[in-house]
Design a binder for this molecule. Structure first.
Ligand code: HEM
Length: 334
């Protein structure tokens, strides 16, 4: 009798706690249902807008997920990358070295924000729009879907110096890139899975041309570059040519989100030095992860979705912190 009652009380308390967690999510905790009563169709607004944008720009899905990545790696996912120089913002992240003349999609984010403001004014943060746009971009391109955790607030500051130091560069060693990921709480599996986003989108010649001729002063191209692929890249990126010329990050299926990025690495067709290093660095723990994702697209999709959630959880502002910007480019009232 006592033990039955005891069990009853335990399950009652557990149920109450569970209900409370959903009704009052604790601060610092994002939740998939954050806008369910204030803007229940926010995900479909974002998805429809990304789908619309894709009809005139096949690259936009790739550009949008990259915005979320470059946002999250600098002071957390707080929409700081979207701020223009204005008022108290004297140096924007947009103008930081990894972003200037490289990241794109700001106009699409602004148009998504206006559409959302028209149906649910002042409740959806720009930081959450980036997270939702990243998921829509991947799923509309053939990749996995996941439940995006929401409830981020927008930051009041931009950190250009932080963007210069925290965002990985394509000229860094695997060890340095790994430590930039671990600085924000992401592990080696996250690094390999998220690098799989290079299954779509473009890269300018200037970000890999060091591999094409005199690699590390050897007088020869990067030996981990497939020779046929090398020829194509040398043609598209001639010496003293335009460093801004675009190339597909995934030469096999340029606009599709699939695991071809990893099968490319197996045949030395990674575009950036940092891509190929995941597979070609002797003794690295990344090699077996690349092999797994190359052989098993479902394993990649599952890991990718989890790693996107992990990345989206980097230091969000929640509760009373930050604000909901009305215009993603400006701090309110500035
Ligand atoms: C691991 C370290 C990474 C490095 C060194 C790196 C570097 C780069 C570089 C140099 C470009 C080309 C930029 C240009 O030509 O203007 C690029 C493009 C891109 N990156 Fe990364 N990236 C990394 C990780 C990631 C992650 C984690 C994601 C997303 C989850 C991502 C998504 C993309 C996408 C989708 C593009 C194409 C964007 C477009 O076409 O507009 N990258 N990346």
């Amino acid at each position: 009798m006592f033990s039955t009652n005891n069990t009853y009380y335990h399950s009652l308390v557990a149920t109450i706690l569970l209900v409370l967690t959903f009704v009052f999510p604790s601060e610092g905790q994002l939740s998939a249902s954050f806008y369910s009563s204030t803007c229940s169709n926010v995900s479909s607004i974002v998805r429809d807008s990304v789908q619309q944008a894709l009809t005139s720009d096949s690259r936009i899905a790739a550009s949008l997920i990259r915005l979320h990545f470059h946002d999250c790696f600098v002071d957390g996912c707080d929409g700081s990358i979207l701020l223009d120089v204005d008022g108290n913002i004297t140096e924007s992240e947009k103008n930081a070295a990894p972003n200037e003349n490289s990241v794109r999609g700001f106009d699409v984010v602004d148009s998504i924000k206006s559409t959302i403001e028209a149906s649910c004014p002042a409740v959806v943060s720009c930081a959450d729009i980036l997270a939702l746009a990243a998921e829509a971009s991947v799923s509309l391109s053939g990749g996995p879907s996941w439940n995006v955790l929401l409830g981020r607030k927008d930051g009041l500051t931009a950190n250009q110096a932080g963007a210069n130091t925290s965002i990985p560069s394509p000229f860094q060693s695997l060890a340095n890139i790994t430590s930039k990921f671990s600085d924000v709480g992401l592990d080696t599996t996250d690094l390999v899975a998220l690098s799989g986003a290079h299954t779509f989108g473009r890269a300018q010649c200037q970000f890999f041309s060091q591999r094409l001729l005199n690699f590390n002063g050897t007088g020869s191209p990067d030996p981990t570059l497939n020779t046929t692929y090398l020829g194509t890249l040398q043609q598209n990126c001639p010496q003293n040519g335009n460093g801004a010329t675009l190339n597909n990050l995934d030469p096999s299926t340029p606009d599709t989100f699939d695991n071809k990025y990893f099968t490319n690495l197996l045949i030395n067709q990674g575009l950036l030095q940092t891509d190929q290093e995941l597979f070609s660095t002797d003794g690295s723990s990344t090699i077996s992860i690349v092999n797994n994702f190359a052989n098993n697209q479902s394993a990649f999709f599952e890991a990718f979705a989890q790693s996107m959630i992990n990345m989206g959880n980097i230091s969000p502002l929640t509760g009373t912190q930050g604000q909901i910007r009305t215009d993603c480019k400006k701090v309110n009232g500035s």
